[in-house]
Write a protein that binds this ligand. Structure first.
Ligand code: HEC
Ligand code: HEC
Length: 384
């Protein structure tokens, strides 16, 4: 009897310990196979009601100047939270930005947000698209606050989640709710995870297994797209120049960089500049760090679900995974023999991969698609 009661207490204890993970909303409770626990900041704990509110805000088109654009336009759940196949995003009045929309899946694990890391976390990141003239086009956040303070559903939800109503609701609560929703957009459990972390020998094809070996060894991909002992987010969270975009403007890059420094833009201004001016966009991490060795550097993106989010790179300039690997194989230029840029990362050198090896690497990356984002027949085709 006593033992039973103790056992019951242990079970209860385990349940309570599991609660944060459950609240984090990862499918099935804890983190999915291949993922670490979702980091949740102490100042913004996850609750189910907050996540539901954030989801509603993420899909609300009224928060754009034309009433046409929500976060979900460019981060569409049916397109693995991107706007694939667009090369660069399309905001209000079909205005184009300069950059390819990264997926929001697993953005919760990123140490910084945006291709150049100009935003420190999801809460801060969510402030920017609303005001960007080529994205949601608002002059300030007031129209959003007006809606959430008046709208009956929102008023009830903000009261329930934050205990606030009317003028007490600010962008802090709005962005906290959006970030909480984004922390539930996590996905692992790909065929690669089942094979590598789950020990399922047949989850990958022989070609995909060879591809992983190339990814780790000859291709040296893993030095930036990290795979750890028990999980893999496929990024080192750092910034590298791999020879995309900057190649086209490299002779002008130092001049552009100096001009940029002279303007002394604030980070909010950087947000507008890099998304509305193609050449400034190519400065990459430099626009944030102002260090010349960051010219043309961008954040290492995750490779999860990469097969369903074409085209690739910060500017969407590479159309297929094969093109990406050929670019690396050439040592950081898209066409063999082109001039390498002066600021190229030391980690990028010609790889001498053979054609069948390139096929294997592509096959490996196709094994990184989580089941919930795999197009119906493709899950089966992975076993070809
Ligand atoms: C017009 C299309 C568009 C809209 C609308 C939009 N985004 Fe984005 N999003 C992008 C693009 C493009 C980037 C990359 C910009 C950059 O890095 O400079 C991005 C980057 C991000 C990132 C960073 C991911 C990473 O790995 O660095 C997050 C998170 C994100 N958006 C969430 C949101 C949220 C939340 C909203 C609504 C408040 C939103 N986006 C609205 C296109 C859009
Ligand atoms: C020196 C670090 C580094 C190495 C090594 C590296 N990558 Fe990358 N990878 C990056 C960075 C940084 C980007 C984004 C670059 C940009 O957009 O300008 C990227 C982008 C990508 C993308 C496009 C992702 C997207 O969302 O658009 C793919 C696919 C990719 N890498 C695969 C590979 C493969 C395969 C290898 C090995 C052959 C490799 N990478 C080696 C840093 C690296």
């Amino acid at each position: 009897m006593r033992i039973e009661r103790q056992a019951a207490l242990v079970v209860l204890g385990a349940l309570i310990a599991a609660l944060p993970a459950l609240a984090a909303g990862a499918a099935g409770g804890g983190p999915a196979l291949g993922l670490p626990p979702v980091p949740v900041p102490a100042h913004n704990p996850q609750t189910e009601a907050k996540v539901a509110l954030g989801k509603k805000l993420f899909h609300d088109k009224r928060f754009s100047s034309t009433g046409e654009v929500a976060c979900a336009n460019c981060h569409d759940a049916t397109k693995a939270f991107t706007d694939s196949p667009l090369a660069v995003s399309e905001g209000i009045r079909k205005l184009n930005g300069t950059r390819n929309a990264p997926t929001v899946i697993n953005a919760a694990y990123m140490k910084t947000q945006f291709w150049d890391g100009r935003s420190p976390d999801l809460e801060d990141q969510a402030l920017h698209p609303f005001l960007n003239p080529v994205e949601m086009g608002l002059k300030n956040h007031d129209p959003i606050l007006k809606i959430v303070r008046k709208d009956k559903d929102y008023a009830g939800a903000f009261q329930e989640v934050f205990g606030k109503r009317g003028d007490a609701i600010t962008m802090k609560e709005v962005t906290q709710a959006i970030a909480a929703f984004e922390r539930t957009i996590v996905s692992g459990n790909s065929p690669f995870d089942r094979w590598h972390f789950g020990g399922e020998a047949n989850a990958l094809t022989e070609s995909q297994k060879r591809g992983f070996d190339l990814f780790v060894n000859k291709g040296r991909c893993v030095s930036c797209h990290r795979v750890e002992q028990t999980q893999a987010v496929f990024t080192d969270g750092r910034f590298h120049n791999v020879g995309v975009g900057i190649n086209a403007i490299q002779d002008d890059a130092p001049g552009l960089a100096k001009e940029f420094l002279k303007a002394q833009a604030t980070l909010a201004e950087v947000d507008v500049r890099v998304l509305s001016d193609k050449r400034t966009s190519e400065l990459g991490r430099f626009a944030v760090s102002r260090g010349f060795d960051d010219l043309g550097s961008f954040k290492t993106p995750t490779l999860r679900n990469i097969a369903v989010t074409a085209p690739y790179m910060h500017d969407g300039s590479l159309k297929t995974l094969r093109e990406v690997i050929v670019h690396y194989n050439n040592g950081g230029v898209t066409k063999a023999g082109e001039r390498v840029n002066d600021f190229l990362s030391g980690g990028i050198r010609p790889l001498e991969l053979t054609d069948p090896e390139i096929d294997d690497l592509v096959a490996f990356m196709e094994a990184l698609t989580s089941p919930e984002f795999a197009p119906a027949p493709a899950a089966a085709a992975a076993g070809k």
